[in-house]
Design a protein around this ligand. Structure first.
Ligand code: SF4
Ligand code: SF4
Length: 218
């Protein structure tokens, strides 16, 4: 999700790479679940999130969409996000003890928090620390890569950048006439069609190549 904010206002003024240490450690969120509540539609899933969650829970993506996920328009393109519900507007995956029921399969945004990403506009990105977001005091230093808690980190970073820049490319092509077609294509091609049990990135790369060719004709 694109945001127009000043980095001075929201960060510690530094940019971090995957091997840098950053003050994000929050003692396993012990006693706190603040960022699992009241987040509106902001916890948006990327295709890897959907694949990881569907595989982890043993449920097809379509079933998750009818249950704990919902669809919303993000910068012109429909994408899935975690559904918040109930009095406290809390994530449906939060249990009564205030812990995440799907911790091993939680979305990338939940892993990232309180870090954010800033993209260089060409092909890469760096991380930054959102200083006003995590409620925990005395946070400890942790390596960014470890914080993300995702295997095959280098491949994951490439995927994150590829996905971001592909969505940007599609956003530039959006018109009132083609917006529905684009959203339906993205949903089917990247979220609803299962990735199987093999290498996610290999399947994703093939689909992305096909999608780029498809987008040329928009
Ligand atoms: S998926 Fe887990 S970590 Fe993410 S908002 Fe829901 S309960 Fe919190
Ligand atoms: S606000 Fe910080 S400590 Fe609280 S749940 Fe979120 S990341 Fe964990």
């Amino acid at each position: 999700m694109l945001r127009e904010v000043s980095m001075e206002e929201i960060s510690d003024g530094k940019l971090y790479g995957p091997n840098d240490m950053v003050k994000a450690g929050c003692d396993d969120c012990r006693g706190c679940s603040a960022c699992c509540r009241g987040m509106g539609t902001s916890i948006v899933l990327d295709p890897y999130d959907m694949h990881r969650m569907a595989a982890g829970l043993g449920m097809p993506a379509a079933a998750l969409l009818g249950e704990s996920l919902e669809l919303n328009v993000v910068d012109g393109i429909v994408q899935p996000n975690i559904r918040m519900a109930g009095e406290g507007e809390q994530c449906l995956f939060l249990n009564e003890a205030g812990r995440c029921r799907i911790h091993p399969y939680r979305p990338g945004i939940c892993r990232l928090f309180p870090l954010g990403r800033v993209y260089d506009g060409e092909k890469g990105f760096q991380y930054f620390l959102q200083v006003h977001e995590c409620k925990k005091e005395n946070r400890t230093k942790v390596k960014v890569r470890k914080w993300m808690d995702t295997p095959d980190g280098a491949h994951y970073d490439t995927f994150i950048a590829d996905w971001h820049y592909f969505l940007l490319k599609l956003q530039k092509k959006l018109t009132a006439e083609n917006s529905r077609e684009i959203s339906m294509y993205v949903l089917q091609q990247f979220y609803l069609t299962p990735y199987g049990t093999g290498d996610f990135y290999e399947v994703f790369d093939d689909r992305l190549k096909a999608a780029k060719a498809w987008a040329e004709n928009l």
